[in-house]
Design a protein around this ligand. Structure first.
Ligand SMILES: Cc1cc2nc3c(=O)[nH]c(=O)nc-3n(C[C@H](O)[C@H](O)[C@H](O)COP(=O)(O)OP(=O)(O)OC[C@H]3O[C@@H](n4cnc5c(N)ncnc54)[C@H](O)[C@@H]3O)c2cc1C
Length: 397
């Protein structure tokens, strides 16, 4: 006797591959919490913040993000949530579905500044900074890029010299997210002993962080220059376990991992905006979603969006299993940011003239993703990482 097959679950346009099957109940709960927070606190105002080029109330937002466990989410101890990397990824996706600037705030806080202290800091540094950073009471920034050294930070000029037992830090960092609002900066500098990381309270004499204005991307995010003019630090300001460029690169790996997920959040919002518009906007007497050319766009967007989410899940599982390689993070960052931009641009065409208006989220996401394509390693750097892994030949210089 053959059993009657159970009916297939219905097709869900918001999850066409049924990827929710991959999630545990706890994963779904984390996702719902972050989605709700973003819907309440970011979506109603983000277009206005974007237009003004500000992130007002950033300190309050940081405290709220701390309260929902989103800061240093996958770190353990010191007030951090100890969530899985898949859960952290889901949080990044939901935050970036609202705006890449909010996800950047969280990535820099958790994956760069906090991770650097958590992974390379002394017990004292961890106790001093991490609980307050996890709670969002102290905002952190991460200073690696300089005006003349971006993709190739090995050439950095910022330096730290010994003066007795103190360190004296001098130099400039550029394009630093959260810089002007940070209470603590993790700054990378060359020393007689190679590149080292320093934990720098931002109220010290000689430290300044002027905000960078006139950005046409990530406008709802604070981006700053760091000016370090003979900033005197005690001997224990250095991160004891960070020696050489590998340490900041390891932090970047953490942040890139979050971007693999986050970019798909921006893409999801643009896809949904295009789908909704295509169903309701009429031209030539019928919804534009009824034209084959529009359907081809929507089908291709759905393919890349869901393949990207599937890729993020796969990498997240490897990260949780401790088997995720840096080249695989490059794979994910390169693919997902590139495809996310493509989805946003295609969505823009579906919306026609409305696509360029801030009344819709599409152009905001598309311009944000231009920064995301460049920071945490440009697309070209990730192509070179993959090219080297594939061929065994280094084409960086
Ligand atoms: C909004 C925003 C926020 C940022 N936040 C931070 C932050 O918090 N902390 C921080 O340290 N940095 C931050 N950055 C800086 C970011 O990481 C750098 O912009 C990035 O690393 C690229 O450096 P660059 O802009 O100097 O470009 P460059 O390195 O000058 O590159 C310019 C172009 O040349 C290409 N290129 C360079 N070398 C090669 C090569 N060998 N082969 C082929 N092509 C090459 C690049 O891919 C790129 O297309 C931020 C940037 C932005 C835009």
């Amino acid at each position: 006797m053959t059993a009657t097959p159970s009916p297939l679950p219905p097709f869900d346009p918001s999850d066409p591959l049924g990827l929710d099957d991959l999630l545990t109940d706890e994963d779904r709960a984390v996702r719902a919490t972050v989605r709700r927070w973003a819907a309440d606190r970011v979506l109603p105002d983000v277009a206005d913040w974007y237009e003004r080029g500000e992130l007002p109330g950033i300190r309050e937002l940081a405290r709220e993000l701390g309260a929902i466990g989103a800061l240093g989410m996958s770190l353990t101890g010191y007030g951090c949530a100890g969530a899985s990397h898949v859960q952290y990824g889901l949080a990044c996706l939901e935050l970036e579905a609202a705006d890449s600037g909010i996800r950047s705030l969280v990535s820099v806080q958790g994956s760069l500044a906090m991770y650097a202290i958590w992974r390379f800091g002394s017990e004292e540094q961890k106790r001093q900074w991490l609980p307050r950073m996890a709670a969002g009471e102290v905002i952190g920034c991460f200073g690696l890029t300089e005006p003349d050294h971006g993709s190739d930070p090995a050439g950095m000029r910022t330096h730290a010299r010994r003066d007795g037992s103190d360190w004296v830090l001098t130099g400039r960092k550029m394009w630093i997210t959260n810089g002007s609002v940070a209470g603590v900066a993790v700054v990378w500098a060359r020393t007689d002993d190679g590149i080292r990381g320093f934990v720098v309270p931002t109220d010290l004499p000689g430290f300044a962080a002027p905000e960078i204005k006139h950005k046409w991307s990530l406008r709802a995010s604070v981006t700053s220059e760091l000016v370090l003019d003979e900033v005197r630090l005690p001997a224990d300001a250095v991160l004891p376990d960070a020696r050489g460029l590998g340490a900041p690169l390891r932090c970047l790996g953490e942040a890139r991992y979050g971007i693999v997920w986050g970019a798909m959040g921006a893409a999801r919002t643009c896809f949904e905006a295009a789908l909704d518009y295509a169903r309701t906007r009429e031209q030539f007497g019928r919804p534009i979603g009824g034209f084959q050319l529009t359907q081809a766009k929507l089908a291709d967007m759905a393919l890349e969006l869901n393949k990207g989410v599937l890729l993020a899940h796969h990498l997240g599982r490897r990260r949780d299993a401790g088997t995720l390689r840096p080249e695989q993070i490059s794979f994910g960052k390169l693919n997902n940011v590139r495809e996310a931009i493509d989805i946003c641009r295609t969505a823009r065409t579906v919306l026609g003239a409305n696509g360029i208006s801030l009344e819709y989220p599409v152009m905001r996401h598309a311009t944000n993703l231009e920064s995301v394509l460049t920071y945490e390693g440009t697309a070209e750097m990730h192509q070179l990482v993959l090219g080297k892994a594939l061929t065994g030949l280094d084409a960086f210089r």
